[in-house]
Every structure is written in structure tokens, then in C-alpha cells.
Design a protein around this ligand. Structure first.
Ligand code: MSP
Length: 631
């Protein structure tokens, strides 16, 4: 019988004693004593990541420290929004991607989002560790390698490299790339396994069930569609019977339930919490963590006939990734470089592994729990989940080559509400990036610089702070910058983009209302006013370049260059530079050059080739929204 802890109280340490350490019967015989220590730790929770949970265990005892911040003293060290400098790093992870096939847009999506969040945290001045990598063991990978006639290791090298290449092309600035075939990772997995074993949570048993190779998971019949088809991959599961090692997940049912009720923000978005809670309340079954029939994997310690189950192996990759070059591969060393993670970013299909299995495994190994797991939605094509096994993928490499990294990053982060599903269509993609990046932002910058060149020798006449004294447009920009910050902090990435776009829209409106081109024609004092208005609009562009830089870093660098700054200056910007007043009198702008070229609609010609269609309906619609240009 699993015991549940009643009476949640903040800042406590429970001592839970198990009545037996016999591994096979442990899960059925947990009794509980509790001891309370108040104020053992204090944490803060200003944004989403301010809570930490730690568990330590031994064969007979499980200690859990759960600390909530409500009512506790604010401690800037754990709040990413309030300056983490010299404090613990902000550690963010993507899933480690299967290498059965090259990356598709669905997997790139998580990584683009993680990169934007990591870049935002760096802008805040926080030390960031951004982890990504590849999950290379298991039946699925071995089968894929066999199908292309190469060894699993060769196959993994090729596909893992394809991920790295795509991350480079998409401008992903990761800090650590972990491959689960790395010998250092193997050492850490074995140590982790041994800790869980020593805690009495691994036992041996026969298992018979229906297995989905694509999910790498046994399924319960009630979850399946007709013909025992997996609801995610729409392929039949196969019957399997094996003698395996099991992890005593059921033992952690009560602890997981308690942890979630005390730390509901552990699962994000909040609407996914119910689902996780219902898995727990409907009863957790122990799961098999080894495979007798799969050679391509890490050997179970002391049993060369079995390999460790891919998920038990890959999840530990989040820890082994923290090892620095040249360090001894052991858990203690890895953990001291940043564990626990601030945020595991994943797709909703792998929430159970991250919000149930993984915390239980960590509790068993006596390690702290991650602060948050965020399950985003699916990218769909024609309403179906896009995926390798369904064969309806969207080629990210192709998208990047045709449209560039900024367009790809912006479209998916702006147009898909982070957490919900979102559909891709090429016409929507082109319309969005043309309207927002080429017109609202790019064209505003270009025409302002054109006017400045023609009338002011590309030189700013006055400090932007002085130019905007008492100016309501400046107030609006400041308000939108604050809004964008809050949205980034709460991972509302689409809303953050929207706030930046609103600055662009307000800038276009301001420009049209002030009409500096007419003022220049009047000459005298009117010309001086016109020169001042250009400084105001360019200052807004400078701010846009900072605030949008987590989403479209190369576009923002080009904007910075147009404003007369160097790449080094761009690389050292921080969020505080988004305060109004950065542009000073005398600053010389670069020669006006479009920072984002409009994408022309491409349509298939009768012979299957592609032709560029000029002046399409969609393009005309966008142009109607364009503000008048008079340079
Ligand atoms: N190897 C595991 C993860 C182990 S993490 C320790 C895995 N790999 S995966 O390559 O199949 O999927 C990786 C991620 O891509 C998952 O978060 C999944 O949700 C995401 N996506 C796969 N297809 C997707 C879409 N169509 N849309 C959005 N994300 C999707 O699972």
C-alpha cells in the first residue's frame, strides 16, 4: 500500500521509512513516518522557475525537501528575472532527439523555442546552460540502421551530425550537445542505475504486453485504437514477452501526487497538470527498464544479457550533459555543474516520461527534481501530428534554405501559441513573415534611414532621450518592452513577439502622423523637428532589435548594423539596453539596405517546376497595409 502525505506545509523535510528493503516487494509495503523541519531552505518564485525540490534516499529512507516560495522571502538567486549573475545557472534542455531519421520541423520547433528562451535569459545577464543532443540507443535506431545497411554506430554518427548542422543553420546557440552513445554518458547511466538499485527500487520479473517501437513504450490495451494501433503513431503495437528488470514506480505514486499538489507549476502549461495528476491517481505501474532482446544499448550492470531501456538511459542524459570536458564521468561531478535543470522543454507526447517517470527516478537516486517541465503542442500538417513515423514531415533544412533562419524561427514562435498545437501552411508562412518582418519592421527602418540619409547625412541630430522628452510614443514603447519581458518570462513567446510587433506598428503610425518628409520640405524649425522625429523612430528600431533578438538573432544583428553598431556591440547587449535613450547625437547610420527581403510567392508551374509569381493577391493584400513611403 502506498501512503500519502496529508497536510501540506511549506518548507519541510519528511523522513519516510520503508518497512522492507526487499526489492521485489518494496512497492507494496511502504509505511510512513514524518518529521518536520521548518525553514530548512528558502527559495523564491518571481517568475516561472523559482522553486526547487530535492529528494535524497537510501535503501531504507527517503527524505524529501519540498520548498515553496509563497510567503517566503524573495531570494534573487533563484529568480531568473531578477539578476542571476554569480548565482546558479539557468539550465534549459530540449529532448534528446531520436536518430532513427533526420530531424524534421517538429523536433526543430522545440529547439528553436529553447534557443529563444536561453537567449532571453542571457540578455537578462544570467549564466545559461542550454542542453540539447541525440538519443541513440534502442530497437528503433538499430532497425533504422539495418534498413540503410550500416552499423548502428555509423548511422548514429550521420544523423546526430545532421541535427548539429541544422542547429547551426537555424542559429541555435546551445552550450552542450550530449549523445547517449558517449562513453561518459554510459558511465553516468550505470552509476545512476546502481543508485536506484541500491535504493531497492529495481527488481526482476517477466513481462508480457503490447509494445510500440516508435514510442519505445509498453502500452495498455485501453490506450490503443483498433488493431492495437498506437494512438500517436497509428501503427500496430507488437506483443512482447520478456524477462526484464523493473523500476518500482508505484512506490512513488504518493510522493509524486504530493509533490504536484504542492508544486503545481512543476507542469506547464497549467492545463496539462490535470492530465499528469490523473495518470497518478489512476495508479502507476512499475515499468520495465531493461530489454533482453535489444543489443544496441548500455549493458545492465552485472547482467550482460540485458541492455538498459532507452528512456531510462536517455533521461539521465540531462545530467551527463552537464559534465565539462576533461572531467571524471561521475554523477557528483556532473550534478555540481548545474543540476537541477530550470526547465525541461518537451512536446506533449513525452510528458509522462518527464513529469512522472523522471521525477520518480530522481527521487529514487536521491537527486533534486527539475524546477519545471513545459509540454508544448504539436505542429500539424493537414491537422495531423507531423512526424517521422507518420511520414508527413516538413523539411526544416529546406525551409531554412528557402526562407532563412529568421523567417522560420519567427513564424513558428509567433504563429503557434506556445503550449498549443499549430498548423503550418506555406501561404500563411509567407504572408506572416512578409507582413511582420519585411513590412512592419524592415520597411520602417529602411525608409527612416533613407530620409535620414537624404536630409541629415545619415547622422543623428540629437540624443534620443532629449528628442523624446514628453513623447507619448516613447511611453508606449516602454510599456510594450515591459510587456514583452513579462511574456518571455512566462514563456508566452507568441505574445512576446506580438508586443514587439506592436512597437513596429506604433512606429509606422507615428511616422505617418509626423510625416517628416513634409516637414523637411518646409525647412527651418520644421526640418529640425523632422530630424528629431527620425531619431525617435530609429531609437524604437534599436529597442526592437534588442527585444526581438531572442527570436530572430540574425535579423536583429542586421538592424543593429544599420544603426551603425558593430557585431561586438550587438553581442554584448543586455535587456537593460532596451531602456529608451541608447542612440546619441552624432551617431552615424550605415547606408540603408533592406534587412529582410520580401518572400515572393512561389507556385508550381504546369511542368512541376517553380516560378515566381509577382503581384499575387496575398501580396497585394499585404501591400495595402503598408504605410506610404516617401523618401
Ligand atoms: N528520444 C525521445 C526524447 C528523450 S528525452 C530524454 C524522443 N525523441 S523524438 O525525436 O521522437 O522527439 C523529440 C521531440 O520532438 C519531442 O518533444 C516531441 O514532442 C517533438 N516532436 C516530434 N514531432 C512533433 C511535432 N509534430 N510537433 C512538435 N513537436 C513534435 O521523444
Amino acid at each position: 500500500m502506498t501512503s500519502r502525505v496529508q497536510n501540506p506545509i511549506q518548507n519541510r523535510l519528511w523522513l519516510l521509512s520503508f518497512s522492507t528493503s526487499s526489492s521485489s516487494s518494496l512497492c507494496n509495503s511502504v509505511s510512513l513516518k514524518k518529521t518536520r523541519f521548518t525553514n530548512r531552505t528558502r527559495f523564491t518564485n518571481r517568475s516561472l522557475f523559482g522553486k526547487r525540490m530535492s529528494w535524497s534516499s537510501s535503501r531504507r529512507n527517503l527524505y524529501c525537501t519540498c520548498s515553496t516560495s509563497r510567503g517566503s522571502t524573495m531570494d534573487s538567486n533563484t529568480s531568473p528575472s531578477s539578476g542571476r549573475q554569480n548565482a546558479e545557472p539557468f539550465v534549459i534542455t530540449t529532448p534528446l532527439y531520436y536518430v532513427n531519421a533526420p530531424p524534421h520541423m517538429g523536433s526543430a520547433y522545440t529547439t528553436v523555442a529553447a534557443d529563444a528562451i536561453a537567449r532571453f535569459q542571457r540578455l537578462l545577464g544570467n549564466k545559461v546552460v542550454f542542453i540539447t543532443g541525440t538519443d541513440e540507443h534502442g530497437e528503433k535506431i538499430a532497425t533504422a540502421a539495418a534498413a540503410c545497411g550500416c552499423s548502428p554506430a555509423e548511422h548514429c554518427n550521420v544523423v546526430s551530425q545532421a541535427y548539429r548542422t541544422l542547429w547551426r543553420d537555424l542559429g541555435i546557440a546551445y552550450d552542450k550537445f550530449i549523445r547517449t552513445t558517449d562513453p561518459k554518458h554510459e558511465a553516468i547511466v550505470k552509476e545512476f542505475y546502481s543508485k536506484v538499485l541500491a535504493n531497492g527500487d529495481i527488481y526482476r520479473a517477466d513481462y508480457e504486453g503490447l509494445y510500440c517501437v516508435n514510442c519505445e513504450e509498453y502500452k495498455e490495451e485501453k490506450e490503443l485504437l483498433d488493431n492495437n494501433c498506437c494512438p500517436i503513431h497509428l501503427k500496430p503495437c507488437v506483443a512482447k514477452k520478456e524477462d526484464n528488470y523493473f523500476f518500482a514506480l508505484s512506490k512513488y505514486e504518493g510522493f509524486l501526487g504530493k509533490m504536484l499538489s504542492e508544486n503545481p507549476e512543476f507542469v506547464q502549461p497549467s492545463f496539462r497538470l490535470n492530465e499528469v495528476q490523473s495518470w497518478i491517481t489512476s495508479g502507476l505501474r512499475d515499468f520495465s527498464i531493461s530489454r533482453a532482446s535489444v543489443d544496441w544499448g548500455i549493458e545492465v550492470p552485472n547482467d550482460a544479457k540485458q541492455t538498459i531501456y532507452v528512456w531510462f538511459d536517455a533521461l539521465v542524459g540531462y545530467i551527463s550533459a552537464l559534465l565539462n570536458d576533461g572531467e571524471q564521468p561521475n554523477l557528483q561531478t556532473a550534478i555540481s555543474s548545474g543540476w537541477p535543470t530550470s526547465l525541461h522543454l518537451i512536446g506533449k507526447d513525452i510528458l509522462r516520461f518527464h513529469a512522472v517517470y523522471w521525477p520518480a527516478m530522481l527521487m529514487s537516486a536521491g537527486l533534486q527534481l527539475p524546477k519545471m517541465v513545459f509540454g508544448h503542442g504539436f505542429l500539424t500538417k493537414d491537422g495531423n501530428k507531423m512526424g517521422k513515423s507518420l511520414g508527413n514531415t516538413l523539411e526544416p533544412t529546406d525551409l531554412v534554405q528557402r526562407f532563412g533562419p529568421d523567417a522560420v524561427r519567427y513564424f513558428f514562435l509567433k504563429e503557434v501559441e506556445f503550449g498549443s498545437d499549430g498548423d503550418y501552411s506555406e501561404s500563411r508562412f509567407i504572408n506572416t513573415v512578409n507582413a511582420h518582418l519585411a513590412n512592419t519592421i524592415g520597411n520602417l527602418l529602411n525608409r527612416t534611414l533613407g530620409l535620414l540619409k537624404k536630409n541629415c547625412q545619415s547622422t543623428l541630430a540629437v540624443d534620443s532621450a532629449i528628442a523624446a522628452e514628453g513623447n507619448t510614443f516613447k511611453d508606449a514603447v516602454e510599456m510594450l518592452v515591459t510587456k514583452a519581458k513579462t511574456h518571455y518570462e512566462t514563456l508566452a513567446l507568441s505574445s512576446a513577439c506580438e508586443a514587439v510587433l506592436e512597437i513596429g506598428n506604433a512606429g509606422n503610425l507615428y511616422m505617418n502622423q509626423q510625416a517628416p518628409w513634409s516637414l523637411f520640405k518646409q525647412g527651418g524649425a520644421a526640418s529640425e523637428t523632422a530630424a528629431k522625429e527620425l531619431v525617435i523612430v530609429l531609437e524604437a528600431m534599436r529597442i526592437i532589435a534588442i527585444v526581438l533578438s531572442p527570436v530572430t538573432p540574425s535579423l536583429c544583428l542586421r538592424i543593429f548594423n544599420q544603426l551603425g553598431y558593430t557585431e561586438d556591440q550587438f553581442d554584448t547587449i543586455t535587456w537593460s539596453d532596451a531602456k529608451w535613450g541608447g542612440l546619441k547625437a552624432g551617431q552615424v547610420m550605415a547606408q540603408p539596405k533592406p534587412v529582410f527581403s520580401r518572400i515572393e510567392n512561389q507556385i508550381e508551374d504546369g511542368n512541376g517546376g517553380e516560378t515566381v509569381k509577382q503581384g499575387s493577391k496575398e501580396k497585394e493584400n499585404i501591400n495595402q497595409n503598408k504605410s506610404p513611403i516617401e523618401v
